[in-house]
Design a binder for this molecule. Structure first.
Ligand SMILES: [Zn+2]
Length: 152
């Protein structure tokens, strides 16, 4: 057999070769010193990379990672859905509108109504007066209640 390629040696190490290819590489490694060196060098390199990767994965303690994953996966309480802006703003607007309508804030207070007869009596009283005349009689409608007793 020819010397296996580097990819063949890596696949051999990973046990990803077909049984025939695996047997050929195994038989070649038993008798070829240069391929044994290449295979050992690659095996050391892969081992170093794996240990380095494992060390970097330990930066975040597993308990913290698991706690975070549990927290993410846990269903949030029912009231949390109302804290999302998409839901919170229309809900707040609806609540404010309901409160305003319920409190009567938007209802105009009833304006005082004047009876039409008031205007008729007022007009009638004014037409019977003569302004700027000294002895002009003051109609009873325009006289105050207290002045009736004190007339000369
Ligand atoms: Zn070889």
């Amino acid at each position: 057999m020819q010397h296996p390629t580097l990819n063949d040696l890596i696949d051999y190490d990973r046990r990803e070769l077909s049984p025939q290819q695996d047997a050929l590489v195994y038989a070649h490694l038993l008798e070829c010193a240069s391929c044994i060196r290449i295979h050992e060098r690659e095996t050391r390199l892969i081992g170093a990379l794996r240990s380095r990767l494992a060390a970097e994965e330990r930066d975040l303690p597993g308990a913290v990672s698991l706690a975070l994953l549990d927290r993410i996966a846990a269903p949030s309480p029912w009231w949390h859905r109302f804290t999302r802006p998409v839901v919170a703003l229309p809900t707040a607007a609806a609540l404010i509108a309901a409160l305003l309508l319920g409190s009567g804030y938007l209802h105009h207070p009833k304006s005082p109504q004047l009876d039409a007869s008031y205007f008729m009596q007022d007009h009638n009283a004014l037409t019977h007066t003569t302004p700027f005349q000294s002895d002009a009689a003051v109609p009873a409608e325009l006289a105050s209640d207290t002045s009736g007793d004190a007339q000369p």
